[in-house]
Design a protein around this ligand. Sequence first.
Ligand code: FAD
Length: 286
Amino acid sequence: MKIETIFEKKKPVLSFEIFPPKKEAAIKNIDETLEALSILHPDYISVTFGAGGSCTNNLTVEIAKKIKHRYHIEPLVHLTCINHSREEICMILDQLKEADIQNILALRGDINPEIERKHDFEYASDLVKFIKENGDFSVGGACYPEIHMEARDEIEDILNLKKKVDNGAGYLISQLFFDNEVFYDFQNKAKIAGIQVPIEAGIMPVINKAQIEKMVSLCGASLPGKFSRMMQKYGNDKEALFDAGIAYAINQIVDLLAHDVDGIHIFTMNNPEVAKRICEGIKTLI
Ligand code: FAD
C-alpha cells in the first residue's frame, strides 16, 4: 500500500527506520531485528540507503523485499541521488517495480568530497520529480525542524521544501529533534508556506552517549536543559541512560500525540528493544 494512503486511512502513523548492516555477513542480524520489529505492527518500516555507491545499497532493496514479502509490512526505501546518474536511478526504480515496492523516500544525500558527485540531480526535489515521472510510486521527502545545515535561513529552507512537495512529495519525515516546541514552530511555518502534506516526527531515542554526540554534531539539533541534565546525570551509566533515554523519547511522543501529530517515525538504530520499550509506553495512545 502507498504510504500516502496509509496517512489517509490512519493517523497517527507509526513507523520504524532501520539501516542495512555494513557487512553482508551481518544480514542474519537483520532477520532477527525484523522479526522483533514486525510483532510491534508498525504501519511501515523504512530502510536507509548509503549516499554514494556503497555496497550496502543492494542490501537496502533486499531488506525492503523481505519486509514486504516475508513480514507483510509496507517497506519504504530511502534513495539518495547526488552520487547517482539518471541511468543508475532508473535501474533501482526497475528493481523496486519488479519487487512490487511502491514507496520511496527521495533524498539528496550528504555531500562527501571523497565520492564523485554526479549532476543529473542537484536536489531531492529533482529526484522526487524524476521518480514521479518514471513510475507509480508514492514519494516522501525529508524535512528539518531546525533548518538543514547548508540552508542560509529558515525561509529559504522552507521554500525549498515547498518545491519538493510541489514536485510530488506526498508526506515528509523530519530530522530528529529533542525539543518539541521547535517541531511545532516548524509545523506552523510549513503550513504558512502552503505545505499541506502530513509531517511525521522523527524520534531518536538516546541510549548511547557517543552516538548522540555524533548525531547532534552532524545535524545540529538543539538540546533543551532537561535533555542536557539527563545526559549529565546518566551519560556514563549505560543502563541508566537506556532507561532515561527511552523515558525521554516516550515523553516527547506523548506530547506530540497530544498535539495531533501526523505520525511518529522512530530511528530504531536496529535495536528492537528500543522500539519495543517505546511501543509498550504508548500502546493505548497510537
Ligand atoms: P534537499 O531537500 O535537496 O536539501 C538539501 C539542501 O539544499 C537544503 O539546504 C535545502 O534548503 C537546499 N535546497 C533544496 N532545494 C533547493 C533548490 N531548488 N535551490 C537551492 N537550494 C535548495 N542520508 C543518506 O545518505 N541516506 C539515508 O537513507 C538518509 N535518510 C534520511 C532520512 C531522514 C528522515 C532524514 C531527515 C535525512 C536522511 N538522510 C539520509 C540525510 C540527508 O541525505 C541529508 O540531510 C542531506 O544533506 C539532505 O538531503 P535532503 O533530501 O533533505 O536534500
